[in-house]
Design a protein around this ligand. Structure first.
Ligand SMILES: *Cc1c(COP(=O)(O)O)cnc(C)c1O
Length: 224
């Protein structure tokens, strides 16, 4: 895929595709937020996108995000930082301090750790429950039959701010059935948000009601 050279043109091209996909969908979500996935890209590349008007960013690793964004958050107002990669309980303290939203809640132990951190600090990011819709052995995410129990524990019992569901469809499969399935699960549990769709398939995800699309390479080019 060839990308326009400057970050501003790339951003505007993606935003235009998001809008067009929303217009085409029969039942679009009330909003679709673009999360610019900046993993492996440096602060200069991130700052160029901020200058172009982007303020939501996604990172996979807590330490990498902290190194790149601590300074940026102090300088730039209104940045919104999303953790889209797996979270170990020993990183919960740093993650809660840094991120505005965590997309990878996938087990009871992590829900309990987030609740303890919330009780200690008074702070908790918005949360997505990550669902392993393809039931892949290597992939993180809760298996579909366990979703109701994890949502009950996190949202209803621990009173964590669970806003939606997230998935990463298996790379070798068509994504649409996974998006449809996730949307159904979210509707059953009365969850409003759907984090789904990446560079290759965000328009499809929007057709199935994505509220948050996570786009990396189509915005930044190939990862370093
Ligand atoms: C890297 C990553 C993305 C972005 O992938 P692209 O294909 O580069 O858009 C989205 N979501 C998650 C969870 C990722 O790890």
């Amino acid at each position: 895929m060839s990308l326009p050279q400057d970050p501003q043109s790339r951003l505007h091209a993606i935003l235009a595709r998001i809008e067009a996909a929303r217009k085409r969908s029969v039942r679009p979500a009330p909003f679709t937020h673009l999360i610019a996935v900046s993993k492996t890209h440096g602060p200069e590349e991130i700052e160029a996108l901020i200058k172009a008007g982007q303020h939501r960013f996604g990172e996979n690793r807590v330490q990498e995000a902290k190194a790149k964004f601590a300074g940026l958050q102090a300088r730039e107002r209104g940045l919104e930082l999303h953790l889209i990669g797996p979270l170990q309980t020993n990183k919960v303290h740093d993650a809660v301090a840094l991120f505005d939203c965590i997309h990878s809640l996938d087990r009871p132990k992590l829900a309990h750790a987030l609740a303890s951190e919330r009780d200690a600090t008074g702070r908790c990011p918005d949360l997505f429950v990550q669902v392993n819709t393809g039931e892949e052995a290597q992939k993180s995410g809760v298996l579909p039959p366990m979703v109701p129990e994890l949502v009950r524990l996190a949202r209803d019992e621990l009173r964590l701010p669970v806003i939606g569901l997230m998935c990463i469809p298996p790379a070798q499969e068509v994504p649409a059935p996974h998006f449809a399935f996730l949307a159904n699960l979210a509707r059953e549990r009365a969850l409003e948000c759907l984090s789904m769709g990446m560079s290759a398939d965000f328009e499809t995800a929007i057709a199935f009601g994505a509220t948050h699309v996570r786009v990396g390479s189509a915005l930044f080019g190939a990862r370093h």
